[in-house]
Each structure stands twice: as C-alpha cells, then as structure tokens.
Design a protein around this ligand. Structure first.
Ligand code: GBH
Length: 492
C-alpha cells in the first residue's frame, strides 16, 4: 500500500479538491479556462458542430415499408429472393417489415420526437413502375407524395434515394437486371420521372445506394438478390452498368427536375485509414482510396477507370465507350458516404505503394460480425473525398450499428454499446468539421429496427426498438442520446 494510491484514498483526495476554493494546481496547469468540477465543463465549445449542421435519420423502402402487394406495386428481386428458402436468416422477408407504408405518420412523429431536421428514405422502383419500365403507377408515387408532405408539415427535409436495391423483378427476368445496359437506361427514365413529380417538394436526390454492396453481393457472392455468382468478365460489365445507370440518372434528373434540385449518390466508400497518422501512411491511404474504389467512386469522380484496375482485370475488363465515361462522371452537387468500418492501410514498397492490413481476430465488432468499430473511418472518409476529388458538399448518408437489443421488463432498451459507438464516431466526425472538411449533415442508420437483408430481423440497427408482433416502436437509450446531440449540436 505504500506507493500505490488506493481507490478510496484517491476518492478522498479528489473530494477534498472539489471542496477547495481553487482547483488543484495539477489540473490548473493543463486547463486554464475551465472549471472541471461543473457539468457545464463537459461537452464544451470545442466539440461543437458547425451552425446549421443537418441532423437526420435514414431508412430504405424494402427494409421498412411492407405492403408489398398494395396499390399496384410490382414484385422486386428482394421479394423473390427472400421467399427462396435458405437465403435469409429464419427465412424472413419484407412482406410486412415495419408496416411503414401504413404507419408513416407515426414514424414521422418519432422523427419529430428526436427533433431531426432531415430524413433519408428510398423510393421503391416497382411501386412507381411495376414492370421497371413502361406504364407508371400513379398510386405508387402517391405514397411518396403523402410521406413527403407529412415530413414537410413537420419541418423535416426529405432526402430521396432512388435505388436502394429493390429492382423490379420484371427487369431481372426480361433483360438480366444490371447485367444489361437496358436496366441502366430504365433506371434513368424512372429517376427522371420521380424527380419530375417530386422535385416541387424534394430538393435532394441520391441516385444509387451502395454500388459497393448491391453489385458485389448480388452478382458476385450471391448473398443478396438476385443471388448470382457471375464470372469476372460479366461481373465487371455489371459494375459498369451500375455506374452508367447512376450517370444517366443524374442527367435525367437534371433534365426533368425543377431548377435548384440537387443530385448526388450514397456510396459505401471503401474508406482507407492510415495505420498511423504520419505522412507516408496518409499518402498510402489516399492512393489506396482511389484504387480500392476504382469501379465506383473513382470512375464517377474522375471519368476514367484507374490503370491498375484495368490492367488487373485484363481480358475481363468492362467494355465501355468514351461517352459512357462522360455520362458516368456527370458532375454532382454533393456526395454522400455511408460509413461503417475502416480499411486500415500502410505504406510499403509495392508498385501501388500500399497494403491493406487485415483486422486481427481480436478486433472489436458490433452485433453484425462485419461491423468492426473504427471511428476514424468517419474522419478519413470525408477527408479523402474533399482532398482527392475536391468535393465541396458531403453528407454522411448512413452511420450506425447493430446491437443485441433486448428490452428490459419495463420495455426499455439500454443500448449502451450503440451509444458508445455513436459517441466515438461523432467525435471523429466533429474532428473533421472542425478542420474545415465540408460535411453538411449526418443521417443515422436507422430510425428504427428493420429488415436487415440477408440477416433478416436478427440484427437491429434502430434508435427505436420495433416489436414485430405488435409493430410498437420504443425509443432506446441511443434515441435519448441522439436527441441531446441534436439539441446541443455537439458530441454529448
Ligand atoms: C448498409 O450497408 C445498407 O445501405 C443498409 O441498407 C443496411 O441496412 C445497413 O448498411 C446496415 O447493414 O454478409 O459478411 O458479406 C452496409 C454495407 C455491405 C454491410 C455488405 C454488410 C455484408 C457483409 N454492407 N455487408 S457479409
């Protein structure tokens, strides 16, 4: 006991300090202007977000809406896929999901209770064009008009995603989905049509959500709809058609929407984080970000595929024309990135000058095993976007996590791990904005628990717990946390 200070002794010393009229000298020498004994000293001005920072939440059509056969909606590839035995955990599907199609007014009220100022939702393409192309279905579009009106009446800005993976089944059947340029063109026509009819009330559109997920999982590994495992040549061509669809959609939206409408995308950028923040590793992470996003964000921003990607693909490289590249790289008004996990990168002497470092077995992750906790990703993601491609307006279009949420006897969910996750990511996001990285807003994934694709209903990402038998929504501890963040515009 001689040299170590026991906890109890330390408590006494600290208590004595708190009672004294001046702070202990040791603290004074580090902190000049703050009294650490007051609650006000926690969450100081240095943790503030810029004035007018837009706080929001996000969802996607198939994950929340349900009502899959209502008002003329056609089937999507996710209806088909989720009804195939063994594709989704517990053979779950989105037939009902959160029943948001009928409960959207209640859901706008739970947004209101968080005091979010923005909501990112997606339009189900097969509600608007049940066959993907051809005759539109006005009743399908009407749902989104009602939703948007409800949002605006509650002072919440609508941000509309046009493709969050629910491709009309008819396009898959008739032309092979994104394997065909016909789908790229049909997507542009649909996007233009929606923008024409919603841009009187929606000012921000995202074309496509996460090329890096739906193309890879749907057409290469087969874990997502349509469940294909294409050989490399056909697969690279599919990637190309997806970015082409994005570019053509940007042009169609510009042609049809009201002046002042802004258009961007929401990509799960492969975010390269330097293993140590020293110049060589930072430069390596910057090079890596271009190369590891070559098929999607890089070609969209630069109008060409990187030499390294084309060389590595060889005979399997996508076939394209110069006009394709021009369409793909049509300038955007803003970029959205979905931020979950980091890819750690270090500098080396290889031809490309970097290596990505695997997560060791002990690396912490959330309830979803892929969701490694790397808060620095939300600092480096926007920083790379601004530095590499000079993007002037950035949104975090998704960030959040799954947690093993189990309600207590009184129904509350104390998701302290989600609060920990969010606090750490927001701290890094604030670091970015404080350095002048132009991040304008943040959409937390998700407003409420929902259909988590191949994981069914097992992994919950919501700020609100959803009881799927009663459809009751209950705010979790993280909802109270997020409300405070918004109210104070600071990391709390
Ligand atoms: C986003 O994807 C989606 O946009 C959203 O719809 C989703 O609900 C949310 O995040 C949470 O997952 O099965 O091991 O191959 C995030 C990026 C990419 C993460 C694919 C899961 C599959 C891992 N996703 N990944 S694995």
């Amino acid at each position: 006991m001689s040299r170590k200070v026991s906890r109890r002794t330390f408590g006494k010393i600290a208590g004595a300090g708190a009672l004294a009229s001046t702070a202990p000298p040791a603290l004074n020498s580090f902190v000049s202007s703050q009294d650490l004994r007051t609650p006000e000293s926690i969450g100081t001005a240095s943790r503030q977000f810029p004035k007018g920072f837009l706080w929001g939440t996000a969802t996607a059509s198939y994950q929340v809406e349900g009502a899959v056969k209502e008002d003329g909606r056609g089937p999507s590839i996710w209806d088909t896929f989720s009804h195939m035995p063994g594709k989704v955990v517990n053979n779950a599907n989105g037939d009902v999901a959160d029943d948001h199609y009928h409960r959207y007014k209640e859901d706008v009220q739970i947004m209101k209770s968080l005091d979010v100022r923005a909501y990112r939702f997606s339009v189900a393409w097969p509600r608007v064009f049940p066959q993907g192309d051809g005759a539109p279905n006005p009743k399908g579009l009407d749902f989104y008009k009602r939703l948007v009106d409800e949002l605006l009446a509650n002072n919440i800005q609508p941000f509309c995603t046009l493709y969050h993976w629910d491709l009309p089944q008819s396009l898959q059947d008739r032309v092979g989905g994104w394997e065909s340029r016909d789908t790229s063109k049909a997507f542009a026509d649909y996007a233009g049509f929606v923008a024409e009819h919603l841009s009187d009330r929606v000012k921000h559109f995202f074309t496509i959500n996460e090329f890096g997920a739906f193309v890879e999982l749907g057409y290469r590994t087969g874990i997502h709809a349509p469940g294909l495992r294409l050989p490399p040549g056909r697969f690279n061509q599919t990637r190309h058609h997806a970015v082409l669809g994005h570019g053509l959609a940007v042009q169609a939206i510009r042609a049809k929407a009201k002046p002042g409408t802004k258009v961007g995308l929401a990509e799960n950028l492969n975010i390269c984080v330097p293993v140590i923040e020293t110049e060589p590793h930072i430069e390596a992470a910057t090079r890596a970000t271009r190369e590891l996003n070559a098929q999607y964000m890089t070609v969209i921003q630069e109008g060409k595929y990187t030499d390294a990607y084309l060389a590595a693909a060889g005979a399997n490289a996508p076939k394209f024309t110069p006009e394709d590249l021009k369409s793909i790289s049509t300038p955007l008004d803003f970029a959205g990135i979905n931020v979950y996990t980091p890819t750690y990168v270090r500098a080396d002497n290889s031809p490309l000058g970097f290596t990505s470092v695997h997560h060791p077995h002990s690396f912490p992750h959330m309830a979803s095993t892929w969701l490694f906790v790397g808060p620095e990703a939300i600092y480096w993601g926007p920083r790379h976007m601004a530095r590499i491609w000079n993007v002037k307006e950035i949104y975090i279009t998704e960030n959040g996590c799954s947690s093993a949420d189990i309600p207590g006897v009184d129904g509350t969910v104390d998701d302290t791990d989600r609060v920990m996750y969010l606090r750490n990511y927001l701290t890094q996001l604030q670091r970015a904005t404080s350095e002048g990285v132009p991040v304008r807003g943040y959409f937390l994934w998700s407003l409420m628990d929902n259909f988590e694709w191949a994981d069914g209903y097992t992994n919950r990402f919501g700020l609100h717990y959803v009881d799927y038998t009663t459809q009751k929504r209950t705010p979790k501890l993280s909802a109270a946390f997020y409300r405070e963040v918004i109210a104070r515009n600071t990391v709390t």
